[in-house]
Structure formats: structure tokens, C-alpha cells
Ligand binder design. Structure first.
Ligand code: FAD
Length: 352
């Protein structure tokens, strides 16, 4: 039987792909040959994606191919030879139904975090029934709305950094746009989404300090219905969130504050860099409050607030609240110092 197939083979350490044959009907032997070639060339991971041309759904039948590969190459040469069922919902309801039916499935948005984790072996698909739910075709996740009456701005989880860094979003939430401009490269920003950044919940995630400083609310949808969590309650620890196995992130709402806001990031170079530390600052004129949240200086982006009249002591307060670590990107002492400097510079701008 012929299937629509594409094979991607990640070569250890290089991130190169080989043997890619998008949607070409091939035979089991051709698939096996391709995978064997990739394994011999040093591929650590061979992903075989199969789609039934009749139904458009993924199929399990590549177990057959896996056997062929194992017989000829030996399993130890091929770390992953698996049939991956890829669900491609086209509405939010479909996505939720898929999520409920496959709670162990991997959610895939831009893939800029998750594919790196898989390629480096830090994350594995469920070995019994590896399933991916690709969210890229769900229009509800890719939209944003501005509610001028409520003074809020709601961004779908699938909105990309490229959209956030451009007008009109950049005018509504400038600090988030500034953070977006620091994310990876243009390619990463066109694929990577705010929902992926939230779900990964890296201490260095550039969107998270801004969302914390602006008091954002994360909207989740799942089997038990919908719920909303303040960002501080969503981020539970390093790469650990309150997201349940049957839930997905639908959107995030950011209150539009009356006051200055900005984001700055310290890195070991100017572009394509993970934050050594970062700081988002916003002024809430209505309540007379200074708000700041830092990244890469605690397990999660952490909020610090102070009355506007205590602005002079704010940089020290920010530095003292941080709990940074020493690592390859910088020492704890440097991070604390840099946060003090970033806070002082932000204050010069916002109080000018
Ligand atoms: C070269 C490179 C440079 C990078 N530079 C930066 C940088 O400077 N700053 C930065 O912050 N990040 C950076 N990243 C990381 C990454 O690009 C961002 O975190 C991005 O926002 C992830 O979004 P994504 O759509 O690609 O997520 P994916 O990789 O698709 O998914 C990430 C995680 O989120 C989950 N997920 C995705 N969507 C949802 C949803 N709707 N509901 C629930 N869970 C969901 C996935 O299951 C997965 O666990 C970089 C990555 C690369 C490869």
C-alpha cells in the first residue's frame, strides 16, 4: 500500500535535515531505505510521518517500516523510528476534542521550542501512540482583539512574535513588541508563538516578564471547560505551568495601562541570544504604581511593585528581589547588578 509520507532525519549536533520527501507516495521499502541512509549518515533521530491520503489523518502502519529498519540497521542506530499520528484541527472545538481524545498528545504551534527538545532527546513522544496536535490551522488561536471599553487586549495563543512586533499590536502593547523583537531571528519570530513561549515557561522566555509586569491573564480551555489564571498563578516553576494534560492555552489578556512601559534584555551578543537577564517595567498612572518583572533571574518571571513616590529605591528593590544563579551565561552577581542598571535606566525614561 502507498502512503503520503515525509521523512525528516535530524543529524546529531548539526540540526540538518536529510531525506525529506514531502507528501510523495512511496512504498515501505523506500521509506526503510531512506531511514537506513539517514541512520548510516549519523542521524540520531529519524521521524517518519505518514498520512493516509484518503482520510488526511496520520496512520500507525509505519510500524511495518520500523520493523524493516530495525532488521536492517539495528535499533541502536535509530533512536526513534515511530509512526506519528498528526491531528490537524481547523477549529478550536476540533482542537479541544483532539486534546480530550489524546491527553498525552504533543501540542505543536511554531515548533521552535518543542522540535529542538525532541531533536536533542530532551523530550519524547508517547511511545505507545505518538500523537501530535498541530495547532497552526486553528484560526481562533491566531487572532487578537482590542476591547477599548474594558481597556484590554486579548492575544490568541497562536499569534506569532512577528505579528506582535509590528503595528498595530506594537502600538497597543509596546513592551511586548520590544520583547518580541529580541526573540531569536526573523525566521524564529515568524514561527514562534506567544502560546508556545507561555507553555514552555522558560525562566528566559522573553514574553513572560512583560506579561507579568502588565498583570496578564492566561485563558485555558480543556475537558472541564474554560478557566482563566493570573500569569503569576500560571507559571509554577522552571518549565512548569498550571496547564492540565487535557488543556490548551487559548489566549492571554493584557490590561492596557495608562503609563509608560518598556522591555530590556541583556545578552552575550546583540541578536539570537538567550537572556542573561531581562526586565519589563510599566507605570500604572491610575494606581500610582511602578511594576517590574524580571526574566533569567529567578525560576519564573517575577513581579516587583512599588508606589511611584518610592521610585528612587526601586532599582535596589528589583535587584534584591531577584534570586539569580551562576551559569554559563553569567554570574548571579552580574545578573543582580544588570537588573539594578536596567531598572534605573527604565525609570529615567518612564519618569521623564
Ligand atoms: C534559534 C532559536 C532562538 C530562540 N530565541 C528565543 C529568544 O530570544 N527568546 C525566547 O523567549 N525564546 C526563544 N526561542 C524559543 C522559542 O522560539 C519561543 O519560546 C517560542 O515562543 C515558542 O513558540 P512555538 O510556537 O514555537 O512553540 P512550540 O515549540 O510549538 O511549543 C512549545 C511548547 O508549548 C506547547 N504549546 C504550544 N502551543 C500551545 C497551546 N496553545 N496550548 C498549550 N501548549 C502549547 C507545546 O506543546 C510545547 O510544549 C528560540 C528558539 C530557537 C530555536
Amino acid at each position: 500500500m502507498n502512503w503520503d509520507v515525509f521523512i525528516t532525519c535530524a543529524i546529531t549536533g548539526s540540526g540538518d535535515t536529510a531525506g525529506k520527501s514531502p507528501h510523495v507516495p512511496v512504498t515501505p521499502q523506500q521509506i526503510a531505505d531512506s531511514a537506513i541512509d539517514a541512520a548510516k549518515a549519523g542521524a540520531a533521530v529519524v521521524h517518519i510521518h505518514v498520512r493516509d491520503p484518503q482520510t488526511g489523518k496520520g496512520s500507525r502502519s509505519t510500524e511495518l517500516y520500523a520493523e524493516v529498519v530495525e532488521n536492517q540497521v539495528g535499533a541502536r542506530h535509530v533512536c526513534t523510528v515511530a509512526t506519528v499520528t498528526v491531528m490537524m484541527p481547523t477549529t478550536l472545538d476540533e482542537a479541544l476534542a483532539d486534546r480530550l481524545a489524546h491527553p498525552g498528545a504533543l501540542l505543536l504551534a511554531g515548533g521552535t521550542d518543542v522540535m529542538v527538545e525532541i531533536n536533542e532527546g530532551h523530550r519524547r513522544l508517547d511511545t505507545e501512540a505518538p500523537t501530535v496536535i498541530a495547532l497552526g490551522r486553528v484560526p481562533e488561536l491566531s487572532t487578537w482583539t482590542h476591547d477599548p471599553v474594558a481597556g484590554t487586549f486579548t492575544i490568541g495563543a497562536g499569534v506569532t512574535w512577528a505579528e506582535i512586533e509590528a503595528t498595530p499590536l506594537a502600538e497597543l502593547v509596546p513592551a511586548l513588541a520590544q520583547a518580541a523583537r529580541t526573540v531569536g531571528s526573523p525566521q524564529i519570530r515568524h514561527a514562534g508563538t506567544i502560546g508556545g513561549n507561555l507553555a514552555t515557561c522558560s525562566p528566559a522566555g522573553d514574553g513572560l516578564p512583560v506579561l507579568a509586569a502588565l498583570d496578564a491573564v492566561v485563558h485555558l480551555a480543556g475537558g472541564a471547560g474554560r478557566r482563566s489564571l493570573p500569569i503569576a498563578g500560571f507559571m509554577l516553576g522552571v518549565k512548569h505551568t498550571a496547564l492540565l494534560p487535557d488543556e490548551l492555552i487559548e489566549s492571554v489578556t493584557v490590561p492596557l495601562l495608562d503609563g509608560w512601559q518598556g522591555y530590556s534584555k541583556v545578552g552575550v551578543r546583540n541578536a539570537m541570544v538567550i537572556a542573561v537577564c531581562s526586565l519589563a517595567v510599566s507605570v500604572d498612572r491610575e494606581s500610582g504604581t511602578l511594576r517590574a518583572a524580571f526574566g533569567s533571574a529567578a525560576p519564573v518571571a517575577t513581579l516587583v511593585t512599588a508606589p511611584l513616590e518610592e521610585a528612587g529605591a526601586f532599582p535596589e528593590l528589583v535587584a534584591a528581589t531577584a534570586s539569580p544563579i551562576d551559569d554559563v551565561r553569567g554570574s548571579a552577581a552580574y545578573r543582580r547588578h544588570a537588573l539594578r542598571v536596567l531598572a534605573a535606566r527604565a525609570l529615567e525614561r518612564c519618569l521623564a
